[in-house]
Unconditional design. Structure first.
Length: 187
């Protein structure tokens, strides 16, 4: 089961989504797990492509029905990994890439301890703030909350997390090559 499940975690603004989008098409046998969330779609985000957008009641029902491998409240919204997709994809012999916050990853590890953890870090706290501000889709309050959380998440990941790989996303091309190298490992 080694190298079949890859979990990417990062504080928001570390550039994880850009990095993933740049690399994943090179791996036709890797599926990207689409999470469920109660957060509102950002401009351009499509239900069933970027996330499954749920109401709080719908999300709580998924928890009750044990339909999630793991879930967590991140920045005031719920996020979780649907179980059925992981099981079906593994049954087909394909591999899966997940995007998950550092606390959710700890719960994920209880179910899939063999998963490979990849932690994406911003080059510096200042650069993280600059990236969060240039995204401009979030309010000042949300940006401040994300910056505060980023510090806690990075500390937690480095002390309690299980991440076999750490990528500092300074130069996108270099970081993408590093991610490609990790995903290329087949056993
Ligand atoms: P965003 O709102 O920026 O898309 O994501 C916010 C955070 O939620 C990120 O740290 C991301 O990794 C995390 N996240 C996305 N999907 C999941 C999931 O299925 N489970 C958990 N625990 N976190 C998730």
């Amino acid at each position: 089961m080694k190298n079949r499940l890859f979990v990417m975690s990062a504080a928001s603004g570390a550039g994880k989504t850009t990095l993933k989008d740049k690399v994943i098409h090179k791996f036709p046998d890797i599926r990207y797990s689409i999470s469920a969330t109660t957060r509102s779609p950002r401009p351009g985000e499509v239900n069933g492509v970027h996330y499954f957008f749920k109401t709080k009641d719908e999300f709580l029902k998924m928890i009750q029905e044990d339909a999630l491998v793991e879930w967590n409240e991140v920045h005031g919204n719920y996020y979780g990994t649907p179980k059925s997709f992981v099981e079906e994809t593994l049954a087909k012999g394909e591999r899966v890439l997940f995007d998950m916050d550092v606390f959710g990853k700890v719960n994920f590890d209880k179910v899939y301890p063999e998963a490979t953890g990849i932690l994406i870090l911003p080059p510096s706290p200042e650069e993280l703030e600059r990236r969060l501000r240039t995204r401009a889709s979030d309010s000042e309050e949300v940006i401040r909350l994300r910056l505060e959380n980023a510090k806690k998440e990075i500390e937690f990941a480095q002390t309690n997390g299980k991440y076999e790989h750490v990528i500092v996303n300074d130069d996108l091309e270099t970081a993408a090559l590093e991610l490609e190298r990790i995903l290329s490992q087949q056993n």
